[in-house]
Design a protein around this ligand. Structure first.
Ligand SMILES: [Zn+2]
Ligand SMILES: [Zn+2]
Length: 274
């Protein structure tokens, strides 16, 4: 089975390396059914990765132009990666991925996925070296984010493990760590049965990990509780398109998954893994 879609794509409107037009051309050349754009939602503080509030209208206009250009050939979706620290969800979008990237501890604001050295520093200085304690704060916010009205897909569930390729932050199968992740999964699915989560391969292309988010153990727990999955590349460059998809679908099958979902203009479409 070929999964010909990506609905998590960053472009010129935030921290992507390619334009929406370039992504559309490349996705179409690869035979994609659907391509969804998800600029980082505007944030109330200085940063170098999110869309600016004043660019929202231009973003929507460019998405509308491309929708028109590819009509009948490939579905273009106008979404957003809605950060928990952003304000209200902008109106008139097709869907939202709900994500947590940053939060504060003891008055210090930081991002968990910005730089490995920063993550190490905040773990040591704000959490006394206890990375699982940092994850406890993160997962509490992921639950809050996932339950916001308007969120369609939970983004990169276990993002703090981005720089854990060598296991130096946490053993991702450690029971204290997993209990936190499992509790968050349960809370989300209790409130929103059948919720969609990403299998996000961005961590493979951008941080050199061998497997996507979420970790195999978490994916299994999600499946056992009725979660559904959408596969995305969290693409910031054309070269990220469908990177890691085959491994991810194999992992999903290994975890007992029977299906994966593809987002189209008509909603989520089920695809059997077999
Ligand atoms: Zn993100
Ligand atoms: Zn993203």
């Amino acid at each position: 089975m070929k999964y010909l879609s990506c609905v998590h794509t960053h472009t010129q409107f935030c921290d992507g390396k390619n334009t929406m037009e370039e992504f559309a051309r490349e996705a179409f050349a690869r035979g994609y059914r659907s391509l969804g754009f998800t600029p980082h939602s505007p944030l109330p503080y200085e940063n170098d990765w999110a869309m600016k509030e004043e660019d929202l209208a231009a973003y929507k206009a460019e998405a509308a132009r491309l929708k028109n250009e590819y009509e009948g050939k490939m579905e273009i979706l106008c979404g957003i990666e809605w950060d928990l620290e952003s304000g209200a969800l902008p109106q008139g979008l097709d869907y939202a991925i709900g994500s947590v990237h940053s939060f504060s501890k003891n008055g210090v604001h930081f991002s968990v996925d910005y730089e490995q050295a920063l993550l190490r520093k905040v773990t040591d200085e704000l959490y006394g070296g206890d990375f699982v304690a940092l994850c406890a704060d993160y997962y509490a916010l992921v639950v809050k984010s996932a339950l916001r009205r308007g969120v369609d897909i939970v983004g990169h569930f276990d993002l703090p493990t981005k720089y854990n390729k060598d296991g130096s932050f946490v053993n991702e199968e450690d029971s204290r760590y997993l209990a936190l992740a499992f509790d968050a999964v349960e809370e989300i699915l209790r409130a929103r049965p059948g919720m969609f989560f990403e299998i996000n391969t961005g961590v493979m292309a951008r941080a050199g990990k061998k497997m996507p988010y979420p970790h195999e153990k978490i994916m299994k727990r999600m499946l056992s509780l009725g979660a559904r999955f959408v596969l995305t590349g969290d693409c910031h460059a054309l070269s990220h398109l469908d990177g890691g998809y085959e491994e991810s679908l194999r992992l999903l099958a290994k975890c007992g998954g029977k299906e994966v979902y593809l987002l189209t203009a008509k909603g989520f479409e089920r695809q059997s893994l077999s």
